[in-house]
Ligand binder design. Structure first.
Ligand code: NAD
Length: 334
């Protein structure tokens, strides 16, 4: 198959080329993000390969279909950015990479918690300036604290196991409770109980119309004062303006983000010589108790290898008309 690979970074090309050696698809690597303006670059291709900030709305899918595209191979687990109803109408198959490395995201989440709690990012800067004072660096023991996990799928379960290792009490909420999470020590409780009792709340559910702004001003008000909020899932699960309000009044004591609702114009690019025009993001950066990474939780060697091999497998499966391709449909729950 001839495949237009959008939003290509050097590491994407390296791992996809390696995985494609035995499959032999014709991969056309394109640096631009997929959008209405760039969709015509895929004309003559059988498939497009897209990442999290590519635009797969109905208008874009229509341009792709006109150019002959019959498949979208996502290099991600999340598929909130795809208009699945339009894809079905245009007879475009959508496949994703479920659970390519849940360890990568769960471990990054734990990293954010440790860094925020013990202020490792601030301590590092101090020591580089020969400032060895400890004032302002006081942390707390994770042992015995209550962790609230919203979404106990692949990542949430791995994260529960990690935090169980620290001796934390684990509360969870998920419309589909899992035995794996229970075995990791999680106790399922209603969301309100989780919000009220957790010292640390972390999001591991997908972004859907139902979960959009799941964390809003009302839910923040129901959290413990000084709560730590972590989002490594999708930016729009959180109402960023409400979170800034919570940081300003001290309700939120720590914020760790790997995702941001308006990240599409920022993340994955080196903008160090440009002015940042996003005032909400700029405000977040002013808080000393906020730690942000640019959607890198997935970014491990193991994950990139799995993403590449599953993506190539999805393309080959589709070409052969096999069922095994990780098909995403409009009624998928994940
Ligand atoms: P998964 O499908 O295995 O698990 C998601 C879980 O969320 C499911 O158990 C589902 O039932 C649950 N859920 C759905 N709606 C919910 C709600 N309203 N409240 C509570 N739980 C709900 O997915 P996963 O592999 O664990 O990934 C979770 C999310 O992490 C993905 O949707 C994606 O957005 C994000 N992700 C981020 C990165 C990153 O690099 N930051 C990488 C991979 C995935």
């Amino acid at each position: 198959m001839r495949v237009a690979v959008f939003s290509t970074k050097p590491y994407d090309e390296q791992f996809l080329r390696e995985a494609n050696k035995s499959a032999g698809h014709e991969l056309v690597f394109l640096e631009p993000r997929l959008s209405f303006d760039t969709a015509s670059l895929a004309a003559g291709c059988d498939a497009v390969c897209a990442f999290v900030n590519d635009d797969l709305s109905g208008d874009v899918l229509s341009v792709l279909a006109k150019g002959g595209v019959r498949m979208v191979a996502l290099r991600s687990a999340g598929f909130n950015h795809v208009d699945l109803a339009t894809a079905a109408r245009l007879d475009i198959t959508v496949a994703r990479v479920p659970g390519y490395s849940p360890h990568a995201v769960a471990e990054h989440c734990a990293g954010l918690i440790l860094a925020l709690n013990r202020k490792i990012h601030r301590a590092h800067n101090r020591v580089r300036e020969n400032n060895f004072a400890l004032t302002g660096l006081l942390g707390f023991d994770l042992h015995g604290k209550t962790i609230g996990i919203i979404g106990t799928g692949q990542i949430g379960v791995r994260f529960a196991r990690i935090m169980a290792g620290f001796g934390c009490r684990i509360l969870a909420t998920d419309p589909y409770p899992s035995d794996d999470a229970r075995q990791a020590g999680a106790e399922y409780v209603p969301l309100d109980v989780l919000l009220a009792e957790s010292h640390i709340i972390t999001l591991h559910c997908p972004l859907t119309p139902e979960t959009h702004h799941l964390i809003d001003a009302d839910r923040i008000a129901r959290m413990r004062t000084g709560v730590m909020l972590i989002n490594t899932s999708r930016g729009a699960l959180v109402d960023t303006t409400a979170v800034i309000g919570g940081l300003k009044n001290g309700k939120i004591g720590y914020l760790g983000l790997d995702v941001y609702e308006e990240e599409a114009d920022l993340f994955f690019e080196d903008l160090s010589d440009k002015l940042l025009n996003d005032d909400v993001f700029s405000r977040l950066l002013t808080f000393p108790n906020v730690l942000i990474t640019g959607h890198q939780a997935f970014f491990t060697e193991e994950a990139l290898r799995n993403i590449a091999s599953t993506t190539i497998g999805n393309l080959t499966g589709f070409e052969r008309g096999e069922e095994a391709v990780h098909h995403v449909t409009a009624d998928a729950r994940g």
